[in-house]
Write a protein of this length. Structure first.
Lengths: 260, 255
């Protein structure tokens, strides 16, 4: 493919400027959606106001706490259970249909039930996030174990490497790239669920601020808060990729030039 | 025999779980975990009264929003994947939109359009377009340039090239994106009905919650679980068909 002479950055800055300018004009003239599309400058001003409020940072902290609780909790469940299920043919065959069914239940459906049973506090949000985020990691851990080269295992057996050492030195390294590809999805899901709980059930967090802004008809505030959730999503993605790079530095998939 | 064994292995755990639930909750007095029989009774009541009126709007919105998201995502994705400058300029914006939890868009759509059906379909389409869009861009960019050169030499028309070469070659990635989009759509159907609707399964469930009608709440949750399962099975079967054909093609072409 021919290389473009102009750098991507150039295009990006220009596009961003054009989009913001168009947003500003449309917003000022009330061309679209009336009051629901305020000019960009108002949304930015509202964001700057938010950043100065302490209660806003407490809400962000709460959302991050619930996200982290969901992700860590689901990893603690998914990885051991996945290793257990993936290491035996019968165990895999027996649980497969159940996992397939439970995984496809939209987790949001369980929210009203969870609210009645556990209330709207952080523990309910974390439990629902765990339920939702556990599946990608569980399934990846299982398929990672099942994809371990049988020749490698036989080699380990021939060299009389004990089961414990085989687990740490052969199985775990072979499974970890799979676990991470599940973890990346789980991290996103956990944030989605935390925000949904805050929006619908009114659990403390950024989503609750969004509902409040909607009820108050504060359109600039809604844009500012949506921006905050998007930014959290970006940060989470970048953070998980970074951890993955560190942990899997030895793996060929992390070599530069191979992936892209 | 091995087939029978496979069926037995598939069914054993679900049967044990359902039986266990039924036995354990048989005499349950807990408000939160009613006996399975009560749940089935309230499911039957729902089926005979408002079931169709609740399920049809949900499925219709889901289908409409999802189809819009897929069509827009694939077409726009092909365009952005083929035109370098366009992809360069909008990539950061696309990645940003992808990172927004889809439900966070709801307050905005409610404010802009009110609690209408059009609002729910729009939020489903807008919220679930990103995975398909980004996957299509990646898929189209990964199409073998030699194949494209060949179509150019044979003077294949643009439309033919789009539907016979570009989209099929990118289909494994597009399908993976479409699967994520489907999950987003299902979430958005339910959440949009919980937040701003007077119809649909999401509304049925949240109103059962407000009236503290736990058997109905469980019934609604189970029905939605079954719908989610059926949809993903349909997706799985059609994906396997499409990709099997793709796999054959690959074998004869370059392996």
């Amino acid at each position: 493919m021919t290389r473009t002479a102009t750098s991507p950055l150039f295009y990006r800055v220009i596009t961003l400027a054009v989009v913001l300018a168009a947003w500003e004009v449309v917003g000022r003239r009330h061309l679209l959606f009336g009051d629901a599309l305020p000019p960009a400058s108002k949304a930015v001003a509202s964001l700057l106001d938010l950043l100065r409020e302490q209660s806003f940072w407490r809400s962000v902290g709460q959302t991050v706490l619930q996200w982290a609780g969901g992700l860590i909790g689901s990893a603690l469940v998914a990885i051991p259970v996945g290793l257990l299920i993936g290491s035996g043919r019968l165990r895999f065959a027996l649980t497969r249909s159940t996992i397939d069914f439970l995984r496809t239940i939209p987790p949001v459906m369980l929210l009203p039930l969870f609210v009645l049973i556990w209330g709207t506090g952080a523990s309910m949000v974390i439990l629902l996030a765990i339920y939702a985020a556990v599946w990608p990691m569980l399934i990846q851990t299982i398929s990672g174990l099942r994809a371990v080269d049988s020749l490698t295992l036989e080699t380990a057996r021939v060299f009389k490497i004990g089961p414990w050492r085989t687990f740490w030195k052969v199985l775990l390294p072979a499974v970890s790239p799979f676990v991470f590809s599940g973890l990346r999805v789980s991290a996103v899901i956990s944030l989605f669920i935390a925000v949904v709980c805050e929006l619908v059930a009114g659990s403390h967090g950024v989503g609750q601020l969004l509902t409040a802004a909607q009820l108050a008809g504060d359109a600039p505030g809604i844009y500012a808060l949506i921006f905050v959730t998007g930014f959290l999503g970006l940060l989470i993605n970048a953070g998980v990729s970074r951890v993955e790079c560190r942990v899997l530095a030895w793996h060929p998939s992390q070599e530069k030039g191979v992936t892209s | 025999m091995s087939r029978l064994r496979g069926i037995l292995e598939r069914c054993a755990v679900p049967v044990v779980l359902v039986l266990g639930w039924w036995l354990l909750a048989r005499n349950s007095t807990s408000v939160y975990f009613p006996p399975l029989g009560n749940i089935l009774t309230s499911l039957r009541e729902w089926l005979s009264s408002g079931f169709v009126g609740d399920v049809v709007p949900s499925l219709r919105n889901l289908l409409l929003g999802y189809v819009i998201a897929v069509v827009v995502g694939v077409l726009l994705g092909v365009l952005l994947g083929r035109v370098r400058a366009a992809e360069y300029s909008v990539a950061p914006i696309l990645h940003f939109f992808r990172s927004i939890p889809p439900a966070a868009l709801l307050p905005l759509f409610i404010l802009a359009m009110g609690p209408t059906t059009a609002m729910r379909v729009s939020v489903i389409a807008f919220g679930s377009v990103w995975p398909t869009l980004l996957a299509t861009i990646d898929g189209v960019r990964g199409v073998d340039p030699v194949t494209l050169d060949v179509t150019r030499i044979y003077r294949t028309s643009r439309l033919r090239r789009l539907f016979k070469v570009l989209i099929p070659a990118a289909s494994p990635l597009i399908l993976a994106g479409m699967k994520t989009s489907l999950a987003f759509s299902i979430i958005l159907v339910v959440v949009s009905e919980m937040m701003a609707s007077t119809e649909g399964i999401g509304f049925f469930i949240s109103s059962s919650q407000q009236y503290f009608n736990l058997p109905a709440l469980w019934a609604g949750t189970i029905v939605m679980g079954v719908i989610g399962y059926v949809l993903s099975e349909i997706f799985f079967v059609s994906e396997r068909r499409l990709v099997r054909w793709k796999g054959d093609n690959d074998d004869s072409a370059d392996r």
